[in-house]
Design a protein around this ligand. Structure first.
Ligand code: NAI
Length: 346
């Protein structure tokens, strides 16, 4: 029996993980706590920790897990910016779920865009109050507008194709443009200058942190719509707020937020929100915030649980621990990458 400490458990996580766990002789210890320096010891006696986007997996936590005998960190997410994979190297192997439903995130980005453009969020509140006035609800056609897609991987590609279906012109920017994709790749400056809508679909790295900052916003069209379903720190939130206040930014749709870690995923109604910036954003009529729910579809939850369980099983039972979904800081550097040579990362 493989024992897994499952951090930051939510009610919607349990059914699918229990189902796949039972089928594979894996026992989950469901913990409400997030993983951090204070809670790492709860994993003592477990072979694996299963973590999500707001768990803290820094070098101190990794050392503590290692000292407590944990052999594998199984991320139940695609993004892994919260794990110090360099610190884990040589101590604890790391696996993730590279794709579970890119449609879930791309479709959520579209849902946010349509809601915002057609003021559905405001109309919904009005008609519930028997207010049938249309004043202030004028939107615009997406057809013929230009959308700038930053990051054309799995999610960005689906998002861009849906936009094409609406008759939008797609401008793309990616550090590694996809050959023969048919997308019009441009420099970032050109994307900023020419887009009516900008949607972020790149990972959070040192290079992409604050890719949307005051200089970027300065270059954008007046009235630009910005959508972020990737990671909060891709946007300098203060700069975004200033852009909205100065009317340069027409609307912002955010599923992620720089300081979301201690706020999102929890019911905070009835509490005073201490985050002034988030409170200000929420108060804006042209800002829509969802709390990191873009992944939350039945299909995605099922695929996340199935892939995570398969990752764990591969590590402990199959192919001498080789797992296609293992990550290390060398991944992607072909000359160093052992996965290319069909070996474990270390
Ligand atoms: P992916 O790895 O398929 O695509 C990422 C793309 O970004 C790649 O084409 C890559 O070349 C590009 N990229 C890398 N560095 C870049 C840079 N410096 N500038 C521009 N482009 C760069 O990843 P996928 O599956 O499409 O996911 C994208 C992001 O979506 C994830 O990194 C994650 O942060 C976020 N996400 C959010 C979820 C949510 O619930 N809100 C759920 C799942 C993912």
């Amino acid at each position: 029996m493989i024992k897994v400490a499952f951090y930051d458990t939510k009610a919607y996580d349990m059914p699918s993980f229990e189902f796949y766990g039972k089928m594979n002789d894996i026992q989950f210890k469901f913990l409400e706590a997030k993983l951090n320096e204070n809670t790492a010891a709860l994993a003592k006696g477990c072979d694996v920790v299963c973590v999500f986007v707001n768990d803290t997996v820094n070098s101190t936590v990794i050392q503590s897990l290692y000292d407590n005998g944990v052999k594998l960190i199984a991320l139940r997410s695609a993004g892994y910016n919260n794990v110090d994979i360099r610190a884990a190297f040589g101590k604890i192997h790391v696996v993730h779920v590279p794709a579970y439903s890119p449609y879930s995130v791309a479709e959520h980005a579209i849902a946010l865009l349509l809601t915002s453009v057609r003021r559905i969020h405001r109309a919904y509140n009005r008609t519930r109050d028997f207010n049938f006035s249309l004043n202030g609800l004028t939107g615009f056609d997406l057809h013929g507008k230009t959308v700038g897609v930053i990051g054309t991987g799995k999610i960005g590609m689906i998002f861009a194709n849906i936009c094409k279906g609406f008759g939008m012109n797609v401008l793309a920017y990616d550090k590694f443009p996809v050959k023969d994709s048919g997308f019009n790749y441009v420099e970032l400056d050109s994307l900023f200058k020419n887009s009516d809508v900008i949607s972020l679909h790149c990972p959070l790295t040192d290079e992409t942190q604050h890719i949307i900052n005051s200089e970027a916003i300065e270059q954008m069209k007046k009235g630009v719509f910005i959508i972020n379903t990737s990671r909060g720190s891709l946007i300098d939130t203060e700069a975004l707020l200033n852009g909205i206040k100065s009317r340069k930014i027409g609307a912002a749709c955010l599923d992620v937020y720089e300081e979301e870690a201690d706020i999102f995923f929890e019911d905070r109604s009835g509490h005073i929100l201490n985050d002034e910036v988030l409170a200000r954003l929420i108060s804006m009529p042209n800002v829509i915030i969802t709390s990191h729910q873009a992944f939350l579809t039945e299909e995605a939850l099922n695929n996340i649980a199935e892939t995570t369980v398969n990752n764990i099983k591969s590590y402990f039972t199959n192919n001498n621990g080789i797992c296609d979904n293992e990550l290390c800081y060398r991944c992607g550097h072909i000359e160093q990458c052992k996965k290319e040579r069909k070996e474990k990362c270390f």
